[in-house]
Design a protein around this ligand. Structure first.
Ligand code: 3PG
Length: 328
């Protein structure tokens, strides 16, 4: 009995699916671990400006070592590259620090429920700031996102305004980050991994003076003593873990941008939020009321609808779009 011969394109299609599956599984797993250590650190050492800075510093250091040891190829950049990266880095810094401030005030799950509404912000910014118009199906999918997030927010047992606003500011900043990336990277040839490395380094330079101004060494020293007496030396390992995992999950997500379509990316990102929401509720024993969970489910469903609609229309501002343009 002869074996059926498989066409090479079927095999390579299957290999691509396996590769993307591995990227996604890695991205989500790294993100879940980051979120858990990040929250453990913030519970014991509530200085989100410092921990955000350390995440960027750790990633920058890891990449400098990778370039020096030739584990990764050093990117060829010029002044123009850094100039166009600057607004992206400002938005990345704001989005990152705002999300961390949010998580220092509310449950991780709540921050991510609000962050699942990021694609809705993309539509609103495109409509009201960039003047783009969309078919009514796009506006209709904003109803479950905004309604679901609102329902989850009003029924959140430990609601906190700074926590809520932090997640909202992060959404807005990341939409601008994606818009600026799309403009800035057109025609450039820097890999996803190196693009994210440069972004981390520039963001670190931007964030450091603000972290010192907002919190500062005196607060950090006092907080460190308290954290050390409550947790012990393990607190240093938790900070190291959250910093390393922050860099790794972002690096893998930017690397996957080289491989997948905007639709796959945005669906993957929303599914990542589901894994974080569910695992953090289990790990931190977050109290959830049924109506609260219903709000989150409606918001996430709305995001899936919106992602597929916008991508079908070719009008979706994910960072991925820049790579499509670059490689085409
Ligand atoms: C951060 O600290 O930058 C946020 O946790 C980012 O969240 P996201 O990558 O899941 O959007």
């Amino acid at each position: 009995r002869s074996e059926p011969i498989e066409a090479p394109e079927v095999k390579s299609e299957a290999a691509k699916k396996v590769k993307i599956g591995i990227y996604f599984a890695t991205w989500w797993a790294l993100n879940v671990v980051f979120n858990i250590y990040n929250k453990k650190v913030l519970n014991a050492f509530p200085y989100p400006w410092l921990t955000s800075t350390l995440s960027l510093a750790c990633g920058s250091l890891m990449m400098l070592i990778s370039w020096a040891t030739r584990i990764a190829e050093t990117p060829k950049t010029d002044f123009e590259f850094w100039k166009t990266l600057f607004p992206v880095a400002v938005a990345h810094t704001i989005g990152h620090v705002a999300a961390t401030v949010s998580m220092s005030k509310v449950a991780v799950s709540f921050t991510h429920i609000i962050k699942s509404g990021e694609p809705a912000f993309s539509v609103l910014v495109s409509r009201f700031i960039l003047g783009e118009t969309f078919p009514s199906s796009v506006y209709l999918s904003l109803v479950p996102i905004i309604g679901g997030c609102a329902l989850a927010a009003v029924t959140e047992l430990n609601f906190n305004m700074i926590g809520f606003m932090g997640a909202m500011i992060s959404n807005l900043a990341f939409v601008f980050r994606n818009i600026f990336s799309k403009k800035g990277m057109k025609g450039k040839s820097v890999s996803g991994m190196n693009y994210y490395a440069c972004l981390s380094m520039l963001s670190l330079l931007i964030l450091t003076p603000f972290a010192i101004a907002v919190e500062g060494p005196q607060m950090w020293a006092a907080g460190w003593q308290t954290a050390l007496s409550e947790i012990g030396p393990n607190i240093a390992w938790w900070i190291a873990a959250q910093s390393v995992f922050y860099h790794l999950y972002n690096q893998v997500s930017y690397m996957s941008l080289d491989e997948i379509s905007p639709l796959t990316f945005s669906i993957g990102n929303t599914m990542k939020r589901i894994s974080v929401i569910v695992s953090s509720i289990i790990i931190f024993h977050t109290p959830v009321q049924p109506v609260n969970a219903l709000g989150a489910a409606i918001a996430v469903l709305g995001t899936f609808l919106l992602s597929s609609d916008c991508t079908r229309l070719g009008n979706f501002n994910t960072p991925h779009v820049i790579y499509d343009e670059r490689t085409s």
